[in-house]
Design a protein around this ligand. Structure first.
Ligand code: GLY
Ligand code: MN
Ligand code: MN
Length: 486
C-alpha cells in the first residue's frame, strides 16, 4: 500500500515536470504577479476589497467557442489563464475559520479528468498554489462555503459587467451565480433577492475606483514586461521585413496577412494582439480594415499593414506602408514623406513630462502645413478628415493598453502613429485618390527621452525600397494552384 501511494506521488511529480517541460521558460514570473498584487493593495482605499473576475468563455457558434483570452487585469495580477475564477485582494488581513490570516484569495476552476481530456489541462487549486504562488487558492466549488461579511467593507471595488457576455448555460459554477448576484446588485439593486455567500451592502459597491488604480499600475512597465513587449516588437518587425522582401503584384491581402502571421508563429507568438489590418490602395483608408479580401494587389498601389504579434500576453502595434511595385510613385512618396516628418516631429518632443496632446499637436501641425503645400487643403486651419485619429496610446497586455493619458513618464510603452488617408472622390486633385499612409512605431519612454523599439523594420523611403530589393525566404515557397484544371 505504501509503495502504491509512493508510486502515485511519483507519477504526480513526473506529470507536473513533464507538463512544465512543455511550457516556455519566459512567462511572467510568480514574483511579478505577487509584487503587482502588493502594489495594488498599497493603492487600495482604507478598509476595501478589490474583486476581479476571470473572463468568461465566449461562444463562436453552435458548440465551438472562441479561443480563450483571459481578462488582462486578471492575468496581470495572477498569471491564471482559465475561466470561472475570482480573485479577491483585501486591503487588510482577514482571518479564516481556522484562524489563518490572509489578504488575498483566489477561487479557480477545479481539475476534471474528463473535461481536461477534451479541452486541455487545468491548474486547479493545487496547481495555482505551486505554479502561480497564490497561497490561498481554492476550487470554485468551495465558494459557497466561503463566508466573509461584505457589508463590513467601506468599499468593494470591481469592474462593471456591461461587456460581460457570461451567458453560457453550461457555465454552471458557483462563480456564475456570484456574477449574477453582482450584476443584479448593479443593475437592479432593489429587486435583487439572491442570498449567496457574498452579499454586498448596497452603498459600498464601487465600480469607478479600480480603473485609475489599474491604469497607474499597468501604465508603467516592469523590466519583465518590457522584455516581453520588446520580443513582441522584434517578432512583428521580422514580419514587416519578410513581407517587404516577399511581396509581389498578384498576391492577395489575405496572403500578406498570412505571411506576417506565419512569421509571428515561427517565433512562438501565440496570437495577434488585434485583428490584422492589410489594406491595399483605397482599402488603407479604412482605419481598422480587417476584411483583407482583395484577391490581387496591383503594381500601382500602396499597401498599409498594421499588425502586432502577441507574445505571452503582450502585444506590439506596428504599421508599415509600402509600394507593391517596390518603388514609391512621386505622389505616394510626397504623402509618405509628410507622414514620416510628422512622426519625427512627435519623436522630437517625446520625453517624460510631455503630454500625449503635445505629441499629437506636433504631428497635426506638420500634416496640416504639408497638406496645404500640396494643395490638398486650402488653409492650414481647414477642418478635414485626412488625419482622423489620435497618434499615441499605451501598449502592453492590451493593444490600446491601460495607463494614464496625461503626461509621459519613464517606463511607459507607447506608439506614435500619424497617418494620411485620401479616399476616392476626395475634394482634391484625383492624383491623390486612394493614397493611404500610416507609419506606426513603438517606444519605451526613458529617463531623458525614448528608446525606439521597432527600429528594425525599415521606415524611410530609401530603406524600404532597398529592403524590397532583397530576396525572401519565401521566394521558393510555391504551392500548387488548386483551381487549375488538369
Ligand atoms: N492597430 C490599432 C492601432 O494602431 O491603434
Ligand atoms: Mn496603434
Ligand atoms: Mn496599429
Amino acid at each position: 500500500m505504501k509503495q502504491l501511494s509512493l508510486l502515485i506521488l511519483m507519477l504526480g511529480f513526473f506529470s507536473l515536470t513533464a507538463q512544465d517541460a512543455d511550457l516556455p521558460a519566459d512567462f511572467l514570473s510568480k514574483s511579478f504577479h505577487h509584487e503587482r498584487r502588493e502594489k495594488l493593495r498599497e493603492k487600495l482605499p482604507a478598509n476595501s476589497v478589490a474583486v476581479f473576475f476571470a473572463n468568461p468563455v465566449r461562444n463562436r457558434s453552435n458548440d465551438v467557442d472562441f479561443v480563450y483570452h483571459q481578462d488582462p487585469d486578471f492575468y496581470y495580477l495572477t498569471g491564471y489563464n482559465e475561466p470561472d475564477a475570482v480573485l479577491l485582494v483585501f486591503k487588510d488581513f482577514q482571518t479564516s475559520v481556522n484562524n489563518t490570516k490572509y489578504n488575498e484569495i483566489i477561487f479557480v476552476q477545479p481539475r476534471n479528468e474528463f473535461r481536461e481530456m477534451w479541452t486541455g489541462r487545468r491548474l486547479g487549486d493545487k496547481g495555482v498554489k505551486e505554479r502561480l504562488g497564490l497561497e490561498q487558492a481554492f476550487n470554485n466549488s468551495a465558494f459557497k462555503q466561503y463566508h466573509v461579511d461584505f457589508s463590513k467593507f467601506a468599499s468593494i471595488l470591481f469592474f462593471d459587467f456591461k461587456n460581460d457576455v457570461r451567458d453560457n448555460p453550461r457555465d454552471s459554477s458557483d462563480l456564475f451565480n456570484l456574477i449574477a448576484q453582482f450584476k443584479a446588485k448593479v443593475n437592479y439593486p432593489e429587486t435583487n433577492k439572491a442570498t449567496l455567500a457574498i452579499e454586498p451592502a448596497k452603498n459600498n459597491l464601487d465600480m469607478k475606483g479600480l480603473a485609475p488604480i489599474m491604469d497607474n499600475l499597468r501604465g508603467i512597465k516592469t523590466k519583465e514586461e518590457m522584455e516581453l513587449v520588446r520580443k513582441a516588437v522584434r517578432i512583428s518587425c521580422a514580419g514587416q521585413v519578410e513581407i517587404m522582401k516577399a511581396i509581389k503584384p498578384g498576391m492577395s491581402e489575405r496572403e500578406i496577412q498570412g505571411i506576417h502571421e506565419f512569421v509571428f508563429k515561427k517565433y512562438q507568438a501565440e496570437d495577434v494582439g488585434y485583428p490584422s489590418i492589410v489594406g491595399a490602395g483605397h482599402n488603407g483608408c479604412i482605419l481598422h480594415y480587417i476584411d483583407n479580401y482583395k484577391p490581387n494587389i496591383t503594381n500601382t498601389e500602396l499597401i498599409l499593414m498594421d499588425l502586432g504579434a502577441e507574445y505571452h500576453g503582450y502585444t506590439a502595434d506596428i504599421t508599415r506602408t509600402i509600394p507593391v511595385s517596390g518603388k514609391f510613385s512621386p505622389e505616394q512618396k510626397q504623402i509618405y514623406e509628410l507622414v514620416l516628418k510628422a512622426q519625427e516631429e512627435a519623436m522630437k518632443v517625446c520625453k517624460p513630462g510631455a503630454s500625449f496632446r503635445d505629441l499629437y499637436m506636433a504631428t497635426r501641425v506638420v500634416i496640416n502645413r504639408g497638406l496645404k503645400e500640396l494643395g490638398i487643403i486650402q488653409n492650414e486651419t481647414d477642418k478635414h478628415m485626412y488625419y482622423p485619429h489620435g497618434c499615441t496610446h499605451h501598449i502592453g497586455l492590451d493593444v490600446h493598453d491601460r495607463g494614464p493619458y496625461e503626461r509621459l513618464e519613464e517606463g511607459m510603452m507607447i506608439t506614435i502613429e500619424p497617418g494620411i488617408y485620401i479616399p476616392d472622390n476626395a475634394a482634391c486633385d484625383k492624383k491623390w485618390w486612394g493614397i493611404a499612409v500610416r507609419i506606426e512605431d513603438d517606444f519605451l519612454i526613458t529617463k531623458d527621452g525614448y528608446e525606439h523599439l521597432s527600429v528594425s523594420a525599415p521606415r524611410t523611403v530609401k530603406d524600404i525600397e532597398a529592403m524590397m530589393k532583397q530576396p525572401s525566404a519565401l521566394d521558393h515557397f510555391i504551392l500548387p494552384d488548386l483551381d487549375k484544371k488538369n
